[in-house]
Write a protein that binds this ligand. Structure first.
Ligand code: SF4
Length: 84
């Protein structure tokens, strides 16, 4: 829960310039640390964010830092260039 609170309060900061890639809609960040109440199931069995167009910066920018990325790195479509 500490990470979620930290994520919300630091979401006004910019995304790390070393982030690469794109979101693959895996939904892993919508379960940190618990399933988000706005995550809904569609009729085809997939899941979607029911407030996607107005989602808060903490979701919009995730993973903003390599520290946030560590929690989802097995499935997330983003990556961080650690050489720079
Ligand atoms: S964990 Fe990464 S790829 Fe998965 S939904 Fe979140 S930002 Fe997108």
């Amino acid at each position: 829960m500490r990470h979620k609170i930290e994520r919300v309060f630091t979401s006004i900061l910019p995304v790390d310039k070393n982030r690469q890639g794109n979101c693959n809609n895996c939904g892993a960040c919508c379960r940190l640390p618990n399933r988000c109440v706005f995550l809904k199931a569609s009729e085809d069995g997939k899941e979607y964010c029911s407030i996607y167009t107005i989602r808060p910066p903490s979701c919009r920018k995730f993973p903003r830092t390599i520290e946030q990325y560590q929690h989802v790195k097995e499935v997330c479509g983003y990556d961080f260039n650690e050489d720079q």
